[in-house]
Structures are given as C-alpha cells and as structure tokens.
Design a protein. Structure first.
Length: 260
C-alpha cells in the first residue's frame, strides 16, 4: 500500500469530523446532489451525527432539497453550519449568499478556496459522517478539493445515458492518484417502474453498470429508479420526508467504515 500523502488542510480547532465521504460524478444532472442528500438522510436515520459539505459551488442544490431558508452564522470565531429539520449540519455557498438566485461567477482558484474554507473555517459539531457533494468531473476544482480535504472514501454516481465506462475509469484513476479508496458505484435513473403494470422500463437505455463494476472489482451499491416523488421532494425542500429505501444498504456499507 502506498503511503497516504497528507495534503490536508486542518479542521477548525472546535470541529470534529470522523469520516468523510466524497460523492462524485462525470457530469452534472445525474443526481449526484440527490444521492449525497439522501445518503446523509439515511445515515441520520441510522442515528449518526451527519453533515453535508456542498462543494458543488457553482451549482449548489443541497439547501433547496432540504428547504433551508436561513443563512449560516458568520462570527469572528468561525462559521456555524445550518441544521436541517432532522439535525443534519450543512454548509453551502447558498447559505452565505444574500439571495439563492445570485449566480456564483468566480474562477477556479476562488471556488477551490471557498471549499477549503468550508472545511477549515466552519465549526462542525461532532460529525460521525460527512458527505461532500463534489463538483462534477475531474477538473481543477475537484482535484484541489481532494488535495485539501482528507477524504476517506468515494462514491461514484452514474446514470445509464452517460459514457459510464469512461467516467468510472477517470474516477478510478483520480482516486488512485489521491490514494482514496472507492466505496462503490451508484446508478441513478436506472429504470422507471410503470405504476400501471409494475414493469420496469429502461428509459435511458440498457445499463452496463455491472460489467464496468466487475472490471474494476467495485461493488454496485444501489440502482435507483426514475421516480417523480424524488424530483418533487427535492423541488419542494422535503427530501427528509422521502420514504424510499434506495440507499439504505449503501448507508449500511458506509456505516462499516466506522470500525476501520
Ligand atoms: P447533479 O447533482 O448530478 O447535478 P441533481 O441531484 O441536482 O443532479 O439532480 C438533477 C435533477 O434530477 C433534480 O431536479 C433532481 O430532483 C432530479 N432527480 C435526481 N435523481 C432522480 C430520480 N432518481 N428520479 C427523479 N428525479 C431525479
């Protein structure tokens, strides 16, 4: 095993974060933010102290899915994350902007610095599991994030309409470079179950996730259907009320990291 290079920024002296899981995808719109949020909800339901760091600075969608209207408290000592209705701590650029609709028109280095500040200037209160909604792709910003924050594991989110094999290859290479273990793959928008006849339809084409996962010896953690309840709940800020158990077994896998 390669020695772990410690690029990491230190946390705020009053913070405590035990395990950090990065959620990545090849491009936007595959449901990476949904998977990050729903996984945090599932971990929280298991009784863990949970947090979300929204590193997708130019497309922050976490606060909206949780229906958060308030703003984070910025003091001389540090930034206090906002807590969701069920107690998930979260930090996102939208919690600092005056209006949700303000665009973030910063260049790469500033974006990366913002994420670093979410890590070191926020007072994270005894977090068992933190999920990071990473910016899509393998560009400059995600790379800097990985170099600054000690991520313990990665989850790759794909959808059948993507060039999944290329995305997985890139993510695997990036993870190897950074020496971060990959926990597994989540396929979102895999199929649609017709409520009239109970049949599954593969709207975005046939899935190749099992073959690709096999190639890299990675587990497929979940296959999530297209479900209008998901988009409605995210739109209305009610993700915590969603009853789907799509990510429960993924949460159980993440839970095992605690013992390591
Ligand atoms: P990303 O973070 O990858 O850009 P999002 O999580 O923001 O993607 O999802 C994009 C849109 O698709 C959102 O409106 C979300 O509510 C919706 N969505 C995500 N996953 C599903 C799903 N399985 N079924 C229905 N809608 C979904």
């Amino acid at each position: 095993q390669k020695p772990r290079i410690d690029f990491s920024e230190t946390l705020h002296e009053k913070s405590c974060v035990k395990k950090v899981i990065g959620v990545v995808s090849g491009k936007g719109g595959v449901g990476k933010s949904f998977v990050t949020s729903m996984l945090a909800v599932a971990m929280n339901r298991l009784g863990y102290r949970t947090a979300i760091l929204d590193a997708d600075v130019t497309g922050p969608s976490i606060p909206k899915a949780f229906g958060i209207k308030e703003r984070a408290l910025v003091s001389d000592e540090g930034v206090i994350p906002v807590k969701s209705k069920t107690g998930i701590q979260m930090m996102s650029v939208n919690l600092l902007l005056e209006h949700d609709t303000d665009p973030v028109v910063w260049r790469g280095p500033i974006l990366a610095n913002t994420v670093k500040q979410f890590w070191k200037d926020v007072i994270w209160d005894h977090v068992d599991f933190m999920f990071i909604d990473m910016p899509p792709g393998t560009g400059d910003v995600p790379l800097t994030v990985f170099q600054s924050i000690a991520v313990d594991g990665l989850i790759i989110v794909t959808s059948p309409q993507e060039l999944v094999s290329m995305i997985v290859t890139k993510a695997v290479k990036m993870a190897e470079m950074m020496n971060i273990p990959i926990i597994g793959l989540v396929e979102n928008m895999s199929y649609y179950r017709c409520p009239d006849n109970g049949k599954n339809y593969q709207i975005f084409g046939e899935s190749h996730i099992e073959e690709i996962a096999g190639q890299y010896h990675l587990p497929v953690l979940a296959r999530i259907p297209i479900d209008p309840q998901i988009s409605t709940a995210c739109d209305r800020g009610m993700i915590e009320m969603l009853e789907g158990n799509w990510l429960d077994s993924t949460a159980r896998t993440v839970e095992k990291m605690e013992e390591e």
